[in-house]
Design a protein around this ligand. Structure first.
Ligand SMILES: *[C@@H]1O[C@H](CO)[C@@H](O)[C@H](O)[C@H]1NC(C)=O
Ligand SMILES: *[C@@H]1O[C@H](CO)[C@@H](O)[C@H](O)[C@H]1NC(C)=O
Ligand SMILES: *[C@@H]1O[C@H](CO)[C@@H](O)[C@H](O)[C@H]1NC(C)=O
Ligand SMILES: *[C@@H]1O[C@H](CO)[C@@H](O)[C@H](O)[C@H]1NC(C)=O
Length: 611
């Protein structure tokens, strides 16, 4: 394999034309180039509505319009050198940013913005399916927007008019690439998800493998199998799919693209089967290049064949900013943007204005981190939530003097808070869900007090109910859990460098902190050299203890919790001998939690820090 050169390009950028007007300018950094092959891919996953880019982080400040320009310029380059480029998206396009969550109905502008990218193979994530209305929009909008490209190998939709169960989209796609004539069979999966609304049906992957259409598809005569999915690279689903395809095709290359756990990751299943996962939130665009693909039935130039004697699979994780886009295309601010890309950036700006996403709620006094600070600590978002926010908003006027335990799952928070302006958009970024606080009154304290430790430490007691405790924590934590293909268990409560995060170089004061990925191919995957960041393990749930008596324990408490975790709460209570069921659960606050949080910020952080 060619050893990549360090290219230290400290060209300072002057003004850049596209991105969002309020986006911070990207910072110049040392870069690694993109390796090209016969077949190349750009992947997005888990964008969660961040199609305006990051407006508080320069290294991720490019928007969906810039990504469109980038893809169009890379297509021009591919055509010029006679290779192919395919675009992939593996789901969770919605929930997590005001551009999607800030309208009613949700996504009023976002679906039209997203569809502008010419994606070749696309599938569904779990977030598209939590709410019945979102699943319906997926079927009526996104599937037609990507007709022929949208794949649903293990997902069905139930039509509201007839109750008929039909495939969400076609099960697979067979096509031949434009320049190289590579014959591809593509599949599109969702992991074995069980939290979907009742208008979709997710079939476990193992079951799909047994179906006739699947068994026929993997016997198709093709040059490459392409498996995309909202699926983690080291979970049981891809292991089963890899085995099924390999058992029928001992030598055909298989390229997987995954998602869901929000990390940068690359896995080697065998010398001709690899998998890439491209992070989250429009921070990362994945790049994959494959060389040495044999095209069966095609007359090959012997010289070219010799050049491609062995297969190579190479990956890069591209930081989503214009500095990198200009670098990788060897273009500049005037030559890089395409008319189409600029149009989409303008449409995003218009949508953000219409949604008043820059409307200021207040001013965050400091950075608050989800996992970049230990919990508990001064800079932990969860310590702030527990000690300041919940202590205030988890109050029902009629029950305010009752001692209570308030439990919130850490996965209910989605992003860090940066010191400075806190806007309407920030609210959706931190807390996009429509969850409410509910409670069970007068629970014996001795039982209620055992619930939190069970949620945080006793996964197996929930398994019997088919509840997974990892669903309570942010998906990033999944990247650090045990995995099947290459076990790598982190130690509890300690600073950890999981599979995706480890120091790359000696820390240099010149480097911007960011991803320093370590994966199955080593530590040279990131396109931008960064100073490493430490991540800390956080618990599944946190708890505020309020209005407790001064001396001794209370007899009973109100057990208050966010509605999403009700099944886990009831299971934990049963485990400690309390036979509560759903009929004992009552609303605690009428407002959705996101609105309570916004009100708290308006009240407690009121200050205009833009002046
Ligand atoms: C799905 O749930 C909704 C609301 O709970 C209910 O009205 C509807 O009948 C259910 N639909 C199906 C197909 O079970
Ligand atoms: C961009 O590149 C073009 C073509 O190489 C060149 O003519 C132009 O001066 C460059 N513009 C800037 C702002 O560097
Ligand atoms: C860009 O937008 C303009 C004005 O709406 C339109 O006329 C033009 O066709 C668009 N171009 C592309 C490439 O989308
Ligand atoms: C819930 O528990 C109550 C007793 O506390 C019982 O009367 C009721 O039938 C239970 N409901 C369900 C759905 O099991």
């Amino acid at each position: 394999m060619v050893k990549q050169l360090w290219l230290w390009t400290y060209v300072l950028l002057s003004l850049t034309a596209a991105e969002q007007p309020s986006a911070p300018k990207p910072v110049a950094a040392p870069m690694r180039p993109l390796p090209w092959g016969q077949l190349n891919f750009l992947q997005t996953t888990d964008t969660h509505g961040w199609h305006a880019g990051h407006l508080q982080e320069p290294q991720y400040s490019a928007d969906w319009g810039d990504y469109i320009s980038f893809a169009e310029r890379m297509h021009e380059k591919a055509d010029e050198i006679g290779v192919d480029l395919l675009l992939i998206d593996t789901g969770d396009r919605i929930e997590g940013n005001g551009l999607y969550d800030g309208s009613s109905p949700k996504g009023r502008y976002d679906y039209d913005i997203f569809r502008e990218q010419d994606i070749d193979v696309i599938c569904t994530g779990n977030h598209e399916l939590y709410q019945a209305d979102a699943a319906a929009r997926e079927y009526t909008r996104t599937v037609p927007n990507f007709q022929g490209k949208y794949l649903a190998s293990n997902l069905d939709y139930i039509k509201p008019e007839t109750g008929e169960t039909i495939p969400m989209a076609q099960r697979f796609r067979k096509f031949t690439t434009k320049n190289q004539g590579i014959r591809v069979l593509a599949l599109g999966f969702l992991f074995d998800f069980t939290g979907n609304a009742n208008n979709t049906v997710v079939q476990p992957v193992e079951k799909t493998i047994e179906e006739t259409w699947f068994q026929d598809a993997i016997r198709e005569d093709v040059d490459l199998f392409l498996v995309i999915g909202h699926v983690t690279l080291h979970g049981p689903e891809y292991k089963a799919l890899y085995r099924a395809i390999r058992s029928e095709n001992w030598d055909t290359p298989i390229q997987f693209f995954g998602g869901h756990s929000h990390i940068r990751d690359f896995a080697r299943y065998d010398s001709k089967a690899y998998a890439l996962q491209s992070g989250r939130y429009m921070e990362t665009i994945g790049w994959m290049s494959i060389d040495g693909i044999k095209r069966k039935g095609k007359k090959e130039d012997p010289k070219e064949l010799e050049l491609r004697a062995s297969m190579t699979f190479q990956r890069r994780y591209i930081d989503n900013n214009l500095f990198g886009y200009h670098y990788h295309t060897a273009l500049n601010e005037s030559t890089f943007p395409t008319e189409h890309g600029l149009n989409v950036s303008a449409a995003i700006h218009k949508a953000r204005k219409a949604l008043e996403l820059d409307y200021l709620y207040g001013c965050a006094p400091k950075d608050l981190w989800m996992s970049r600070a230990p919990y508990p600590s001064e800079n932990s978002l969860f310590s702030w939530l527990e000690k300041e926010v919940l202590a205030d908003v988890a109050t029902n006027p009629e029950r305010k003097d009752n001692p209570r335990l308030v439990i919130y799952n850490t996965g209910g928070m989605r992003f860090d808070i940066f010191k400075g302006s806190f806007t309407r958009d920030s609210t959706y970024i931190v807390s996009p869900f429509t969850s409410r606080l509910e409670y069970i009154k007068d629970v014996p304290f001795k039982a209620a007090n055992q619930v939190l430790p069970l949620l945080n430490n006793a996964g197996p007691i929930f398994e019997a109910e088919n509840l997974k405790t990892w669903q309570l924590a942010p998906p990033e934590q999944l990247g650090y859990q045990s995995d099947i293909i290459a076990p790598q268990l982190p130690t509890q409560d300690s600073l950890f460098a999981g599979p995706a995060q480890a120091p790359l170089l000696q820390s240099s004061p010149d480097l911007v902190p960011g991803y320093t990925t370590k994966d199955d191919a080593g530590d040279d995957g990131d396109d931008t050299l960064h100073a490493p960041i430490s991540f800390y393990k956080i618990p599944n749930c946190i708890q505020s203890t309020l209005s407790m008596p001064e001396n001794g324990d209370p007899e009973t408490v109100d057990l208050v919790f966010v509605d999403f975790i009700q099944p886990w709460i009831l299971t934990a209570l049963r485990f400690v001998g309390q036979t509560y069921n759903a009929s004992h659960v009552e609303p605690y606050r009428e407002e959705i939690f996101t609105d309570l949080l916004a009100d708290w910020i308006k009240e407690n952080w009121k200050k205009d820090c833009t002046k």
